[in-house]
Structures are given as structure tokens and as C-alpha cells.
Ligand binder design. Structure first.
Ligand code: ADP
Length: 484
């Protein structure tokens, strides 16, 4: 069976968050189970600079967009293990700058409106697939997140009524709300007659994520718990009624991580590698060496014998770090742990961490996006903090466990599905700074009780959050909807 992934990010080519990790690792698991999988992503300017030498020209096409003919070029390169990745290049909408507005260096940012960019991308992908001929046709198009929300609709209109489409919601908080003139950009007449477009347009805009939900044969989201949560007002971001009505075609499939890429015994970013297959004392030794190395790298003045609390995260209100402001003084006065925070995001949260960085030696804040440092923080941290307000799946709890860390999480979404209080982590419910603090203190006390800590580490060592089971679940959905 042929499956095409369509997405705005893909590790290792272009990454902002977990979406990239999923799009760059699930294909490997699908391929190992016999799926002929390819991935297609935009050729943003930084991607072109870095990867065009490894990619070959494949074909070109022309589409009408905003009443003007627009040419796009397709290049093909290799992801891993012979999996092909197509890049879509276009000077006006895609290849004129970096990925999302506001992400990355200002000088490299695209001036293109991001709705225009991703609707153009979706239209070009569908046009490419309509003209690809017999070379390689997808049986299933698997579209990811709002950037590709129009793909199911456009595929059915432009390729074939019976092409199967699956749409995965990675984060309901970003929906791609567009002015209605985007319909004109696509050529108004025939689209305005579509029932789903008409219904969506009644409130004066088009919601691209909603289009994905309405148009796809099946919808998935990235954990079973989040699949339930998004049918409720608290987590539904205004789409809870639609999602409730469509719950018959909504599936929650837990994300996995790539166990070869995230492997403390073979991680190119680590100097002090250690194995999760050996005994607990080797694991603790490995952690200690990584803490010392990290403190040296960051000029952090802390004792490696104390627990290290790690954070690697976007610093937005989704991730719950606004709770820190409620308990800042607790953090300033504490002497029982060290903390290293890596992240970028909302000004107010960055300011809280900058203040802590200035006011206490125990906390170091690195205000950056840095893949290598992220790996070294996972390797060094004993405890990993994820206090999310909501969390579709969350990968960092899985990665931290893969590196022998114990997560402290709020019990929502995928965090609820992967962390069991007192077994492989610490879970709190109420969204409150004091509750967070008390749970963190509980984890510190447990760390100090060697026998209890070792028991939890033994549990963590036996858990696997790889793609095996989830890839099977995706394949059974592909089989359910495809005509093969
Ligand atoms: P989300 O996609 O909501 O940001 P996830 O937990 O699903 O959250 O995935 C986050 C991914 O992004 C992980 O691979 C994590 O290591 C990475 N990441 C987040 N912030 C940074 C950062 N500042 N530097 C490097 N990697 C980061």
C-alpha cells in the first residue's frame, strides 16, 4: 500500500516541535511493516539552502492561485532507510523565507502570510499527485495538522472521489483561521458550492483544521486521552461539538519516539554515553557524569549529587510554565535541587526564568532552540518537568524516560496515558502553582530515598514508547479506508 505523508515539518530536515519528530519517525516504522511511504514538505528557504544539494529535480507544475499562474517545482531526496521525501519549491509562497512567522532569526523569516503559504502548499501537493501518472500514486494521503487541513477536500475534488484521506490533529489549539478570500485564491465558483465549505464559512472565516476534520475519511489525534478530551468544552477549542458528532471516525493513537535516534548509548550529541540495558547503578553513574559535563558546559555551579530537574520546552501557556510565576519565591529559596531550563516562547514566561537565572545559582536558563543541548539535558536530568495546561501527546516525557529520567507531569492528554503516579513518574491534577511545587517536592524526596528511586527507575527501564503498536494501529486504519 502506498501512503503519502503531507506536513509542514519533518525531522531532521525542519523542526519546531513534536510534529516534526512524528513525521520524521513514524514512516520508518510503517516502512518496516511493508507500507510504501513517502513524505512531502515545503522547501522553505533554509531547507533549500541546506538540502537542495542532496535532492534531485523531479518535476514541475502550474496552478492558478489568486488569479495568477504559479509554477512549483518538486525535488526528491532521501529521508532515512531509502524513504523518499519530496520538497515543494515556489518562489512566491514557499521558498521565500523560514518556516513559521516569528520562529527563527528575523532576517530569515518569510514575509508571506502563513495561511496563503500553506493553502498554496496543499494545492500544489494535490496538483502534483493528480499529475504524477503511474510512477507512484498514493492509496492514502495522510495529512498532518491545520497546515494541510484542505488536503482531504482538495484531493477528493482534484485527484479522485475515492482517494482515501486521513487527517491527524497534533494540536487543536492552532487551527489556521483564514479569511474567506482564500476560497477565491483557489478559484471561487466550484468551491463555494461545497457543503462543508459553505457550513464552515457561515461565521465569516474558514477554519483549515475544521476542514481537515470534515473532509477526511478518518481523523486521528495523538493520544487516546486527548481524543476524549477534545470532545469536551475544556479542551475542544470551540470544535468540541463537531468532534463529538464525528467521534465515530475519531481515533486516538499514541505517538512513539524513534528509539535509535533517542538512545543514550549511541547519541552523537553526548560525550558521556550510557546504556539503559545495564544495571541501575550504571545508569545512575551515567546520569552523574552527564550532570557534571552539563554543568561544565553551562558554567552551572551545582553539586551533581543533588537531583537535576530538566525542562526542554516551548515556553507557552500550553506547557504550563506560567504556573512558575505563582511560586517563584519557593524556587528562589530552595537548595535541594538544581534546574536547567531550555526553551523559547512567551515573553512573560521567559522573563520569569530569566529572573530565576539571575537570582539563584541553582537554576540555569538557556533561552534558545538547541537540539544538541536538549539531548544533553535529557541525559543529565533525574527529574523532568512538564506541567502542561493541555498536552495532545507530549514527547518529552517519553524521551526523558528513555534517558533514565522520571517525569513530573500534569495528568492531561498523552501525559495521562504515559505517566502513572508513583510508578514511572509523578502526576498532579489541579492547574495550580502550589500543587505543582508540592509534586515536585515529592519527586525530590523520592530521589533522596535511594530504594524508592531505584524501584521507579527499574519501572522506567522496562517501558517502551516506540512506534511498533501505534504503527499497526495506523495501518489498520489505512486498510479500513483504502481501496486496496
Ligand atoms: P510540542 O510539539 O507541543 O512542542 P512535544 O513534547 O510533542 O511538544 O515535542 C517537543 C519536541 O521539541 C521534543 O523533541 C523536544 O526535545 C523539542 N524541543 C522543544 N523545545 C526545544 C528547544 N528549546 N530546543 C531543542 N529542542 C526542543
Amino acid at each position: 500500500m502506498n501512503v503519502l505523508f503531507v506536513a509542514s515539518e519533518c525531522t531532521p530536515i525542519v523542526k519546531v516541535g513534536g510534529l516534526a519528530d512524528v513525521v520524521g519517525s513514524l514512516p520508518l516504522a510503517l516502512k518496516s511493516k511493508g507500507i510504501d511511504i513517502k513524505v512531502i514538505i515545503p522547501m522553505y528557504q533554509p531547507v533549500r539552502e541546506k538540502y537542495s544539494r542532496d535532492a534531485e529535480y523531479y518535476s514541475s507544475g502550474n496552478i492558478s492561485f489568486k488569479d495568477r499562474p504559479e509554477k512549483y517545482n518538486i525535488y526528491v531526496g532521501t529521508l532515512f532507510d531509502g524513504i523518499e521525501v519530496y520538497y515543494v519549491e515556489n518562489e512566491s509562497y514557499i521558498s521565500d523565507g523560514g518556516i513559521y512567522p516569528g520562529f527563527g532569526e528575523p532576517s530569515s523569516q518569510s514575509k508571506t502570510d502563513e495561511i496563503d503559504r500553506f493553502v498554496f502548499f496543499s494545492r500544489a501537493v494535490v496538483d502534483f499527485m493528480a499529475h504524477v501518472g503511474e510512477k507512484w500514486r498514493p492509496d492514502v494521503i495522510h495529512a498532518h495538522d491545520w497546515h494541510t487541513g484542505l488536503i482531504p477536500y482538495l484531493a477528493k475534488k482534484n485527484i479522485a472521489e475515492n482517494i482515501a484521506t486521513i487527517f491527524t490533529i497534533h494540536n487543536l489549539a492552532n487551527q489556521g483561521i483564514s479569511k474567506l478570500d482564500i476560497i477565491n485564491a483557489l478559484g471561487a465558483g466550484r468551491h463555494l458550492r461545497d457543503m462543508n465549505i459553505q457550513w464552515d464559512a457561515r461565521d465569516g472565516n474558514l477554519d483549515l483544521l475544521l476542514q481537515g476534520i470534515l473532509g477526511a475519511d478518518v481523523i486521528t489525534t495523538v493520544s487516546p486521552r486527548y481524543a476524549e478530551e477534545i470532545t469536551t468544552e475544556e479542551f475542544g477549542e470551540g470544535l468540541e461539538h463537531v468532534l463529538f458528532d464525528y467521534r465515530g471516525k475519531l481515533y486516538g493513537i499514541l505517538n512513539g519516539i524513534d528509539y535509535d535516534y533517542w538512545d543514550p548509548s549511541n547519541d552523537e550529541f553526548l560525550v558521556e554515553r550510557f546504556s539503559m540495558e545495564e544495571g541501575i547503578s550504571e545508569l545512575l553513574q551515567g546520569k552523574l557524569r552527564n550532570k557534571e559535563a552539563l554543568y561544565g558546559e553551562l558554567n552551572h555551579n551545582g553539586e551533581a549529587s543533588k537531583p537535576l530537574v530538566g525542562v526542554v520546552s516551548r515556553l507557552t501557556s500550553q506547557k504550563g510554565f506560567d504556573l512558575i510565576s505563582q511560586v517563584v519565591t519557593n524556587f528562589i529559596d530552595q537548595a535541594s535541587f538544581n534546574m536547567v531550563v531550555l526553551g523559547t516562547g512567551d515573553d512573560s514566561i521567559e522573563q520569569d526564568f530569566l529572573q530565576l537565572h539571575k537570582n539563584t545559582d541553582m537554576i540555569t536558563f538557556v533561552n534558545a532552540f538547541d537540539e544538541g543541548l536538549a539531548h544533553r539535558i535529557y541525559a543529565a536530568s533525574d527529574i523532568f518537568l512538564i506541567p502542561s495546561r493541555f498536552e495532545p501527546c507530549g514527547l518529552t516525557q517519553m524521551i526523558s524516560m528513555r534517558y533514565g529520567g522520571i517525569p513530573v507531569v500534569r495528568g492531561v492528554g498523552g501525559l495521562f496515558d504515559t505517566v502513572q503516579n508513583g510508578y514511572n513518574g509523578f502526576v498532579f491534577e489541579r492547574y495550580d502553582g502550589e500543587v505543582l511545587w508540592n509534586t515536585l517536592m515529592k519527586s525530590i524526596e523520592t530521589y533522596e530515598d535511594r530504594a524508592q528511586w531505584e524501584a521507579m527507575l527499574s519501572n522506567v527501564k522496562t517501558i517502551r514508547f516506540d512506534w511498533n503498536k501505534s504503527a499497526d494501529q495506523y495501518i489498520s486504519l489505512y486498510k479500513k479506508i483504502a481501496d486496496v
